[in-house]
Design a protein around this ligand. Sequence first.
Ligand SMILES: NC(=O)c1ccc[n+]([C@@H]2O[C@H](COP(=O)([O-])OP(=O)(O)OC[C@H]3O[C@@H](n4cnc5c(N)ncnc54)[C@H](O)[C@@H]3O)[C@@H](O)[C@H]2O)c1
Ligand SMILES: N[C@H](CO)Cc1c[nH]c[nH+]1
Ligand SMILES: [Zn+2]
Length: 428
Amino acid sequence: MKTYTHPPRDQWKILLARPLQQENETIRQRVEQIIDRVRRDGDAALRELSDQFDGVKLVSPVVTDEEIEAADGRLSETLKAAIRQARENIAAFHGAQKMAPVRVETIPGVVCEQRSVPIRSVGLYVPGGSAPLFSTVLMLAVPAQIAGCREIVLCTPPRRDGTVAPEILWTARLCGVTRIFKVGGAQAVAAMAFGTQSIPKADKVFGPGNRYVTMAKQLLGLSAVAIDMPAGPSEVMVLADGTARAEFVAADLLSQAEHGPDSQAILVTTSAALAKEVAAQVEKQLRALNRADIAARALEESRIFVVASDEEMAAMANCYAAEHLIVETADPEAVALRIEHAGSIFLGHFSPESVGDYASGTNHTLPTSGWAVAYSGVNLDSFCKKITLQRLTAEGLRNIGETVERMATAEGLDAHRNAVTVRLNTCK
Ligand SMILES: NC(=O)c1ccc[n+]([C@@H]2O[C@H](COP(=O)([O-])OP(=O)(O)OC[C@H]3O[C@@H](n4cnc5c(N)ncnc54)[C@H](O)[C@@H]3O)[C@@H](O)[C@H]2O)c1
Ligand SMILES: N[C@H](CO)Cc1c[nH]c[nH+]1
Ligand SMILES: [Zn+2]
């Protein structure tokens, strides 16, 4: 990891650039072609693309009931207990996010309401290219079920032998997923956006994924389907002062670096001594990882910054808008108060980000690439839409009618005004 000491503020944006951005245009073109093929040829395109990108010849993308049932015998009881515990925590946190209906009488006789309604049919993408992220099933299916979505469809890449990891299948059944398909990448997102002969069209597509998946969501989100947000290659920023333990900080940085070669880990610290120790710890801990090669590639585009103050640390965090921000300082709450842009914040020396990845209760599907400036991570509300209602009495219309007539007249919209006037004429 390269270290920068007191980088000038006007350089921050450049030094905090996300990895491989220059490849975005190539990825966009490739994904556009995939989308076109799925729109045109449906299941036939899925078969060809699974062969091309996943190296597997599939007759059908459907995961059968027999496959799902067989998964039960393939998980240890201890893993099942861990997944159940995580599910409970995620359900507790997301269940508490239910919003009460809003009802306000804005002026006498004019009542406005807002009701939350579940999105009927949702499509969940669960990454499986380099690791079968069954924890993502929990993060998407648990809130979908609590929200009351009727159809919960899940797509995940097939493995080379044409199967899906039993952990994904078992967790999907636990969380009420209605149908599962073995399709990955941009083609899975396109299939859920348009529908194919086998895969039903979803009203909204959710889930994280690599840059192909994320590009497909962004392109289709403009034209064919609603999406949660861009949730691409994982990233973490750690803010640390002299009270932080280098061993902990290095472990946190590596925990996201191991996701993929295009992941990024950034340390911002007020302590030059800590910066040195963390760099050494990263090298040491890296050697012991089973995904050391992947993490090492991510570290090539990762950075350490030494800055002057807590205020500068927070400013750099706001400039980066990290998916995950870990604050390992003497007073993390005070630093967090300065944070405006982050997907999810982890406070103190004993709050590793991986706890949020799996089991604490918060959602791990979070905005990346700086999108935390405007998007929230997945939450219960992501699976709902709001419908407003209003009801006016004759008195209410008398109270508000003239205001509307004046505004409609000023916009030159006579018919709008008349819809009020014809009624007022009957109840003067
Ligand atoms: N932001 C978040 O909330 C979040 C959460 C979890 C995981 N992630 C990220 O999800 C990603 C998972 O990536 P992954 O690759 O392991 O799995 P993935 O399931 O996202 O992607 C695998 C699929 O990509 C497609 N693909 C691979 N190479 C391709 C190519 N050259 N052209 C076209 N398509 C191609 C294949 O169809 C394959 O099935 C990681 O980057 C991880 O960091 C992000
Ligand atoms: N850190 C990922 C989100 O960027 C989520 C995840 C799943 N499994 C492990 N981690
Ligand atoms: Zn993770």
